[in-house]
Every structure is written in structure tokens, then in C-alpha cells.
Design a protein around this ligand. Sequence first.
Ligand code: ARG
Length: 276
Amino acid sequence: MTRAATPRHYLMCAPAHFQVTYSINPWMDPTKPVDLPLAQTQWEDLRDRYRALGHTVDLLEPRPDLPDMVFAANGATVIDGRVLGARFAYQERFEEAAAHRDWFLGHGFTEVHEPDHVNEGEGDFAVTASFVLAGRGFRSSPLSHAEAQEFFGRPVIGLDLVDPRYYHLDTALCVLDEAADEVMYYPPAFSPGSRAVLARLFPDALIAGDADAAALGLNAVSDGLHVLLPQAATGLFDPLRARGFEPVPMDLSELLKGGGSVKCCTQELRGPEANG
Ligand code: ARG
């Protein structure tokens, strides 16, 4: 199959104040030191790679009191230029939601909805042409799924996450081609019923194995051709190539200490013109 990249618009936040001072997922160990200059370099590589591929990257101002703010995917979900704000599950990240909302209001986004229910943005919402896939079980409330469906006017499919290592949907599933409803995912992260739903909706999905999932290989970003993913997820490279994608391995080892990688650092701003 011939693949084509489409230009994307991303929002990122530099890890200027990244730290692991608390633990809200099993990847976070506050006793392990973070190499901040290295985190910054790794993050800049990702930002520069997006720009070199022709994508637009906007930047959110990092705040010293919000060490997880580098994980910009969690701050909102934007579809058709409409912004569903986040509401974080843990107090440590509460204030990130307002920082994102202020950014959107200051950048010409007029439809910005402050949510009633907990949702951690694109951490738990993934967008294809036909569906919004929505994770629940660890962070986002099931009630946020109905809220998202009403706000976006798109069918929301709730998926139950059952393994604490894969606490956000974007640690266990990645949209490879939204127009074609093509995804890759790691079945053991989901309940049996949700696995059956995924198999029904995406019979041709790329299925990831244990080692690649544990390298956070599903925490990837695709532009329709290039798939930027953690470099340790080597088992995904050939299956991606076989489908016509170009894997772009990235080293985000320092950010992995916070429980995130490529996708967590990247919020996609989908405009009205996007098919996603
Ligand atoms: N330390 C952050 C948290 O636990 C990591 C968030 C990762 N982001 C993501 N989109 N999965 O909330």
C-alpha cells in the first residue's frame, strides 16, 4: 500500500521543569534521578524531527510547579478545531488543564469546552475517521466518554484498560492511519470484552507483542507515513515497514521515567480541514 504523510499541527511543552517527584503510574520511581539536560535534548530531537518532516509545532510555556507538563497530550483533545479541555485525575496535575485552556483561548480557538468529568486528553482519546476511541479504568472517567461524544458529535467507543503499566489508552494503542481506521495495539492491556470490540472494529490491526509494548512502543505518532516511536520497540519496525510505513526510532529514555514517550509529549491539533 502507498502511504502519504499529511501535514500536522502539534502542541508540545519543553521538559524544562521535568522531574519525577511523585508516583502516579508504575513507571515513576522518585528515587531514580532524571538527567534533565538529556531529557531536554531528547525532547528537542523529537520537536525538530516533526519540523523536519514538515509539521507545525506550537509550544506551551512550561511551569516550574508542574513537572509532568511535558506530557502535553494529556492537556486537551482537539477535533475539527473544537477543544475538549482536560480534567486531571490526580491533584498533582490539576493545574495543567487551565494552562492548556488559556493557550487555546489565546490562539484563536473559540470552541473550548471545560469538561464536567475527568478526562486526560489524548492520553485516553484516540481519533480515527469513524470513531473516537476512549480509554477508562485508570484515569479518564467513563462519564467523560458521553461528554466527548456530545461535544464532538462523533461516536465514542469506550475501552477498558486493565494493566496499570498501560494506564492511558495511548500507552496501548496507536492510530496509524486515521482515514483508513488503521491502528496498532497491545491486546493484554484491555479487558476481554474490549479486546473483542477492537478485533471487530479493526480486524487488520497490527498487534504488538509484550516486549514492544513494555518499551512503550505503542506510544507513537503517525503522520500517515512516518511513525515516530520509542527506539527500543524494535519488533514493530518490520511489521510497520511491511504495511508501507516508515518507522522513525526516537530516544526518549529520560521521559520514560515519567511513564511517557513520543505520543505523550505530542498533542495533535486537528483542524476543521483534517480528516482525522
Ligand atoms: N507522569 C505522567 C502521568 O502519569 C505521564 C503521562 C503520560 N502521558 C500519556 N499521554 N500517556 O500522568
